[in-house]
Design a binder for this molecule. Sequence first.
Ligand code: CMC
Length: 430
Amino acid sequence: MPDTLTIIDNRTGKKYEIPITDETIKAVDLRQIKVKDDDFGLMTYDPAFMNTASCRSKITFIDGDKGILRYRGYPIEQLAEKSNFLETAYLILYGELPTKQHYEQWVHDITFHTMLHENIKKLMDGFHYDAHPMGMLISTIGALSTFYRDGLRIHDPQARQKQVFRLIAKMPTIAAFAYRHSVGRKYVYPDNDLSYIANFMSMLWRMTEPKYQAHPALVKALDVLFILHADHEQNCSANAMRGIGSSQVDPYSAMAGAAAALYGPLHGGANEAVLRMLDEIGSKDKVGAFIQSVKAGSGRLMGFGHRVYKNYDPRAKVIKRLADEVFEVTGRNPKLEIALELERIALEDEYFVKRKLYPNVDFYSGLIYQAMGFPVEMFPVLFSIPRTVGWLAQWEEMLNDPEQKIARPRQIFLGYGQRDYVAMSKRAGS
Ligand code: CMC
């Protein structure tokens, strides 16, 4: 059987053979389907990219029906259990787990790019006292392009590599400065003796002590959370990174756009929205009524549902287990009761079952972050740090893909045809 699709255009009776590759047809192959020679040709219409592959990728695999997530072939559960964030970052970016030598060099390269230029500190100082830390993060990432002009050399692999070190290394520093700014505390500079995660915690929470001692269980928990959030193939922010990057702008500008996409409540802002929702519900006995209101259309059950997963999000499973370990150190987050009840009722309710709505990564992550002492405004910031790895890997893959060009969708134009300009005095209503 040939790997082709036969299309008969009933408008003309003409027959077309369209090749099928990787279970996909190319949208441009439809352009030959025309009624008249000067027609543009047939297009596909796919708002929100519900059924359109925008690239070929080797980075992250998701099977949404089976609840599978793999980075470069490795199951997320194995990486969460056995790897650490920087090793996983290397895997995602370069395709293989590092040798000991490569790993040590990689950790060194990241560790020695954690400092921020003093003027970036001044820039962050300029934000209003109650600025949202995610707004500060997005702006500061964009501003980095003015400090690292070699970021424009996107066709030079070595220059690209340098920006990768800088971005992965500086994100925790910017995030911690944004947090300290929002609580009115003096910034804490990076401590290169510490691991990536312990250093982040030191920059967040060190007070007068000369060396910050992070709790090992909390370091481990944040490390696992970072692994789980490192990439998720063509999600809204990865698509933004690729789309903006396709204009060949520097990675700082592209990543500011990706981070902005992540900020929205339907994407990385969802864990913040989950916590607000749990606050709004208030107590376990009100869960039933809340579910009814969601079903009646008065809002969504935040942290539930996913464009790709039509099964339990595998990251949510790992996080649920992790929550117990964190709560042993921090004490149980009282909102957990409400969350567990929400999950229990929703998983049995016909509305959610029929639509295949299961808890996603954001359902429990916020509870952990809050128990660790993060304010809700920091949640999307905490998502952005590890996702930097995914954005950069997607960007690198896009730049090296000969099939990619500047991203530029088509439209179906439904507005007016040509009409003549009307003088203001002659316009209706004037
Ligand atoms: N609560 C109640 N109903 C829902 C929900 C929800 N969380 N999610 C989807 N539905 C319903 C929706 O109303 C629709 O029903 P109907 O067919 O009767 O109109 C049906 O399920 C399909 O929804 P959709 O909006 O067409 O699905 P989508 O693939 O466009 O949306 C989603 C995916 C994640 C935006 C959506 O499920 C949602 O808004 N969830 C809540 C926000 C959230 O938790 N986001 C985090 C996503 S995971 C992390 C990340 O990507 O950053």
